[in-house]
Design a protein around this ligand. Sequence first.
Ligand code: MTE
Length: 321
Amino acid sequence: MLLKNRKSWLIAENQVTPERLYLSRRQIMQGFGVGLGAAMAGPLFRAGAAYALPEFEIAKKTNYAGEEELNSYKEITSYNNYYEFGVDKEDPAKYAHTLITDPWPVTVTGHAERTGTFSLEDLIDFNALEERIYRLRCVEAWSMVIPWVGVPLAGILKKFEPTSKAKFVAFETLADRAQMPGLRSRVLDWPYREGLRMDEAMHPLAFMAVGLYGKPLLGQNGAPMRLVVPWKYGFKSIKSIVQIRFTEKQPRNTWNILAPHEYGFYANVNPAVSHPRWSQASERRLPTSLFNQNRIPTRLFNGYGEEVASLYAGMNLRRNF
Ligand code: MTE
């Protein structure tokens, strides 16, 4: 997002919310006994600038992580998986500043009444942004708690009026060698691809993020728009989406193409189903150190079972991993 083309939905820099106020807001909420699922409407606290990035107007805030402590802005933006920018956790933060996100055309194809090429503003209603605090559980058994900013995925998909033939929705990330040094390596089959069953995509917890900590996403976190599917392993949360396709058949997803025995289509967080090479029973809640692994038990559906378990009623979760 270029600062010189300041958009009307951004607040001036001198009105941004420093991270420590997010933390104190949590403490305040705890103090009043406001816990999981509590919504807080209204403008952000106003204070002096903490970051060079502009701040979004946010219409609604919901904490889906209870009392769990938020990860810091630095942690969330410096320890990433974004293989298009390299395979090391530090690579995306080092290299993703080359990503050009404005303009950002998105192509919509397949079983829908409205298809074609759309702008980011066609997809995202920047006047109705929400903040949602979600846990992110990576398949590599680490996790973070992140205050995302975005809109429900269902609202975006409905704009295209998917037909009754649309049983799944597939997403693709940009694959531009000029901007993404990681594409020179064949470590994954580019472009990065992901997909959801239509009822999963329409579930109210499925979210399209455009920011975190009140600010537009940085390249390393999937600017300008990435999925957040909090009950699934992090690899389902595909970054920098340029294509949406409504399909009748279950689409292939990148990690499943690479290693079908290790990564399935569903990828629901499940402590009872181990990865062939490691257990999924617990996770390291970042930050960790040599002396403190900060290990906590992993929960079925990443703790969102009450909301999403009905999507999988009667399904064998061991077979559909
Ligand atoms: N999207 C793309 N395009 N490329 C990737 O390598 N990695 C996935 C997911 N989305 C990835 C991606 C994985 S494995 C995880 S755990 C999350 O992004 C990490 O998101 P974060 O770096 O914002 O925490």
